[in-house]
Design a protein around this ligand. Structure first.
Ligand code: ADP
Ligand code: MG
Length: 269
């Protein structure tokens, strides 16, 4: 029997007194100020805050794409240094490779890992079926709608066996119906996967529907204003989340906090 030590560890993320200062054209900007947060293995955490408050910066530091100016960012007990291959990252654009078919896009991470052609095609087929993209395997990204491309990108990220998935406003540009369908699909694919998800959104209802905890950031320099546990039982019905007991009280509390920060951010411009 293998005794590889606690794989669960790599699903834990720790931000410890994290600061980020950007320097551009001789000006420095404090973007993130003293952010400390422990994210538990398998947890679904949503980040909410006014635009420009540093949410993407925090994700980029978790992905190892930006260095911290001060403080520590850990995955498990390992400090993140350089590009972090231990996370899957869905950025605001979908990042599908335009010269590859949908199937080959979804199978790409497996290809990088040296998985054989027939096995990776089989896995990619199964995943595309599960996100309702059966029949589009041979289509190129430009032949697909925004929602389909996003589903493809999500399928690709879920096929990678990374313990953590970072998602930056992944459903932002989509229409309301498509967003609901994708939220539902995401929860279905995530449940039982044991993966940790950090999900940035500007949509409070989306955050409530998806997350175990919601972290509200202040306006820039972004720091954590408050953290809220969302006790709505799972599996959740994203289509009727408004009707859940306690929804409107929760919405009102969170919205009051968020609005305060959005107002402050606006006053600066
Ligand atoms: N590469 C960069 N260079 C300089 N400033 C940046 C850079 N990236 C982001 N910023 C600034 O840092 C702040 C936080 O940005 P960001 O993390 O993108 O916010 P959010 O994702 O919450 O909208 C903003 O004021 C933004 O203009
Ligand atoms: Mg952003």
């Amino acid at each position: 029997m293998s005794t590889i030590s606690a794989p669960a560890d790599a699903r834990r993320l720790t931000l410890d007194g994290v600061y980020k200062v950007y320097v551009s054209r001789g000006e420095s900007l404090l973007a993130v100020r003293d952010v400390s947060l422990d994210i538990q293995p398998g947890e679904f955490v949503a980040f909410l805050g006014p635009s420009g408050c540093g949410k993407s910066t925090v994700l980029n530091m978790l992905a190892g794409l930006e260095r911290v100016t001060d403080g520590r960012v850990l995955q498990g007990d390992r400090a993140i240094q350089g590009v972090n291959t231990g996370v899957g990252y869905i950025t605001q654009d979908d990042n599908l490779l335009p010269w590859r078919t949908l199937l080959d896009n979804v199978a790409f991470p497996l290809e990088l890992r040296g998985v054989g052609r027939s096995e990776r095609r089989e896995q990619a087929h199964a995943l595309l079926r599960s996100v309702g993209l059966e029949g589009f395997e041979r289509a190129y990204p430009y032949e697909l709608s925004g929602g389909m491309r996003k589903r493809g990108a999500i399928a690709r990220t879920l096929l990678v066996d990374e313990p953590v998935i970072l998602m930056d406003e992944p459903f932002g540009p989509l229409d309301a119906q498509t967003r609901l369908l994708l939220q539902d699909e995401l929860l279905r694919l995530w449940s039982g996967s044991g993966k940790t998800i950090v999900f940035v959104t500007h949509d409070l209802v989306e955050a409530i529907a998806l997350a175990d905890r919601i972290v509200i950031f202040t306006s820039v320099p972004g720091t954590i204003k408050s953290v809220h546990r969302i006790g709505i039982p799972r599996p959740r019905d994203v289509f009727h989340i408004y009707e859940t007991d306690g929804f409107s009280e929760l919405f009102d509390v969170l919205w009051a906090e968020l609005r305060e920060e959005i107002t402050k951010a606006r006053a600066r411009h």
